[in-house]
Design a protein around this ligand. Sequence first.
Ligand SMILES: [Fe+2]
Length: 311
Amino acid sequence: MKIHALGYLGFESPRFEEWLTFGPEVFGLQVGERGADGAVHLRMDDRHRRLSIHPGEEDRLAYVGWELADKAAFTEAVAELTDQGYTPSLGNPADCAQRQVQGLARFEDPFGFPHEIYYGPTFTAGSFLPGKPMAGSFVAGVDGVGHVVFVVPEITKDLEEFTTGVLGLELFGGWTATAPDGSVSGPQFYRCNPRTHCLGYVGVPGMKGVQHIAIESTHLDDVGRAWDLVQEREDIPVTVTLGRHMSDTLISFYMRSPTGFDIEFGAGGELLPDDCVQTSPSTSEAWGHKFVADGWAPSVRPLTTPTARNT
Ligand SMILES: [Fe+2]
């Protein structure tokens, strides 16, 4: 299949209503029309939703939405998933109305994380109004939300086949890094458009979950202002300080969200040409990005925890 972008993300959380203030105050995300279930839909552009937090008894990932070009691409992708044994479940009209798309299908990756492919997202031209004054705007549009990174117990052959053979993503790069518990992990990052990556998997023995999601502004001042704000807000823990990964040009920092996963907020991410050459950075950071959290985000859990599936 040919995925064009990471189009939307959805979580469930008992603290979903905290996003009504967390989203606008920290990033400038706009609170959209509430979902029928009370969900908080956050907007980054003229699309009606980019990040949705639904009410739920526990913090969990609900869906990762991958955008396809049109109905023909969607139909072809569903057939491919079926042929490859991924048993996609087609969304009914109510599901599509809830996601505000023309068609969707759900399936799981080899570690049970819930993915969706869709086409025909709803938008209203000129309707986006940031939740606070911004120096720039969100990097979104046809290139999507940003990226999501999962922790899995290991990067298996099945997972590599899923990312490149099933989702049709291109390997952007990876490196060897030491995790908070001292174990050595090997992140793998994948791209689907000019942005450096839209999906990542980090291998950490015995652990699984959403490590972080990332969103980006077109102006570094938005990141600087958010950085200032989180220094003053004890309720928003910084988990990784301001810095830059060696693998791309994004300047960013990470904080813990009310739903237990981390959010990276950055600016200045490069756009790659079609013929870019894969390279391997010698270290993960060019500068900064000091890990200051106590350990993994609560969204990353030992596999023995019953709720670890799909979180
Ligand atoms: Fe990231």
